[in-house]
Ligand binder design. Structure first.
Ligand code: C2O
Ligand code: CU
Ligand code: CU
Length: 497
């Protein structure tokens, strides 16, 4: 994709939207954070050495932490009024083991309701565990207690707010962090460096304030001007030739699909969404929907500098994202980071031949369901500034936290076919119960046994096998384009035991 083949007006016309709604999106929009759209943008300081977020690790089976969500963090090399946890964005990396208890006190200093979700963890969704229905009011605190089961896969997860209606705003403003589960086996894979690369995007004005989104951009899913790794712009990852690094890449972007490649290198994928694949897979490119994680093994080929690039990804809908966002980073390719290889060569590292993949779910399927994601006219009512006509629905309805959309029998395995009738890909995500992707309308054969976000192709489908074999309780599934989730593309599942 090069240039901008369609004007914003033309793209709107194709969407069937009037020019009245377009006007609403183009006047000087004032954000929740106080920054007007269209002002000067922050010039990022680029090329610093990649930093790792501070690690808070469990001891003797317990991780006891306080996370204070508040304003004032360093982003893209500047002191900004963006948000973070304990003064940084991303927040600290939480590191635990299977069987541990996470005792987490969340304190809300962002002046609007929030909460916390441990994305990808197979844990109880009830009470003060990973419960998406909790609200922590401004100035308040909440004590989470999340028990990680002793058979939980070891891998890469993350945490972020999940307060319906403002999830996209709060992540775009900087609220996210990595959550790693370490196996008992040390090392899991012998590597010279084990790095978290939490990728987020945001837009900051010249004064370092987060620029909010307008209704039109939210419809397409907002993409920030700045693509950041651990809050840094285009950082440099240092390595010695041949020294094998593990990169835990987390797509923490609100809407952006990351199609990553590394110049001069193949990428060896060993895990997706916190679960190992049965064996390493060599790829030229890895595609992460918002919310996805991949663990990569990178073996630098020789001295030099190599770009980690996010290639343009067309999420469908006539490439509308690129045109609507009004920023070159929406059209890409985007430099995400640089691998700088210097120094004497390390002893060549051997790739593992097999990996501790979780077992495939049982074959006895108790029930099949069909779930339909749609984006279309009508149904939403009372929306923002002329956008009222565009609805983001699951099975024809927008989110109602009081309604049970699916009722599942605890201890059973189900197959869900998720259909997407719309012109854009939607990343399907289910809390608490990770699934196996059995197939999709593109005919690709998935290699993963377990994941928690999967792109449902525009006009297509995916088929999932979901073991509801433990954890009763109510939780949610939704589109992980978080603007869509906030607009109502979320539903509830009640697992009854
Ligand atoms: Cu990463 Cu329901 O979310
Ligand atoms: Cu989640
Ligand atoms: Cu969506």
């Amino acid at each position: 994709m090069t240039g901008r083949p369609l004007s914003r007006r033309r793209a709107l016309a194709l969407l069937g939207l009037g020019t009245a709604s377009m006007t609403a999106g183009t006047i000087g929009w004032v954000t929740d954070f106080g920054a007007p759209i269209g002002g000067g943008r922050l010039r990022p300081a680029s090329g610093e050495a990649l930093r790792q977020p501070k690690v808070l690790a469990s001891r003797n089976g317990l991780l006891d932490v306080q996370l204070i969500a508040g304003a004032g963090v360093r982003l893209a090399g500047w002191d900004t009024s963006a948000w973070g946890f304990n003064g940084t964005s991303p927040g600290p990396t939480l590191r635990v083991r299977p069987g541990d208890l996470i005792r987490l006190r969340l304190t809300n200093r962002i002046g609007q309701p929030t909460n916390l979700h441990t994305h990808g963890l197979h844990v109880s969704p009830q009470g003060n565990s990973d419960n998406p229905f909790i609200t922590v009011d401004p100035g308040g605190s909440f004590n989470y207690a999340i028990t990680v089961p002793s058979d939980h896969p070891a891998g890469t997860f993350w945490y972020h707010p999940h307060h319906h209606g403002t999830v996209a705003d709060q992540i775009f403003a900087g609220l996210a962090g990595a959550l790693l589960i370490d196996s008992g086996a040390d090392p899991e894979i012998p590597v010279s460096d084990d790095l978290v690369l939490l990728v987020t995007d945001t837009t900051l004005d010249a004064a370092g304030r987060v620029v909010a989104s307008d209704p039109m951009t939210r419809m397409m899913g907002r993409q920030g001007d700045l693509v950041l790794v651990n809050g840094q712009h285009q950082p440099v990852i240092a390595a010695a030739p041949a020294a094998m690094q593990r990169w835990r890449v987390i797509n923490g972007c609100v809407s952006r699909v990351l199609a990553l490649r590394l110049d001069g290198h193949g990428l060896t994928q060993v895990a997706i969404d916190g679960a190992f694949l049965p064996a390493p897979v060599e790829r030229d490119q890895v595609v992460l929907a918002p919310g996805n994680r991949v663990d990569l093994l990178v073996r630098p080929v020789g001295g030099g500098r190599y770009a980690l690039v996010a290639d343009p990804y067309d999420p469908g809908g006539m490439g509308m994202l690129g045109m609507m966002g009004g920023s070159d980073t929406n059209i890409g390719p985007v430099l995400v980071a640089t691998l700088a290889v210097t120094g004497p060569a390390a002893a060549p590292a051997n790739l593992p031949t097999t990996l501790p993949a979780p077992p495939a779910p049982p074959d006895t399927v108790a029930r099949r369901r069909r779930i339909t994601f749609a984006m279309g006219m009508g149904g939403m009512g009372g929306g923002v500034m002329g956008m009222g006509a565009m609805a983001f629905t699951i099975d024809g309805r927008t989110f109602d936290p009081e309604r049970d959309d699916q009722t599942v029998q605890l201890g059973t395995v189900e197959d869900w076919t998720v259909l997407n009738t719309g012109p854009m890909d939607h990343p399907f995500h289910l809390h608490a119960w990770p699934f196996q992707v059995r197939g999709n309308s593109r005919g690709t054969t998935p290699s993963a046994r377990r994941q928690d976000v999967v792109l449902v192709p525009a006009g297509g489908w995916v088929r999932l096998r979901i073991p509801f074999t433990d954890y009763a309780g109510r939780s949610v599934y939704h589109c992980h384009i978080l603007d869509h989730e906030d607009l109502g593309m979320m539903a509830t599942v009640d697992v009854q035991g």
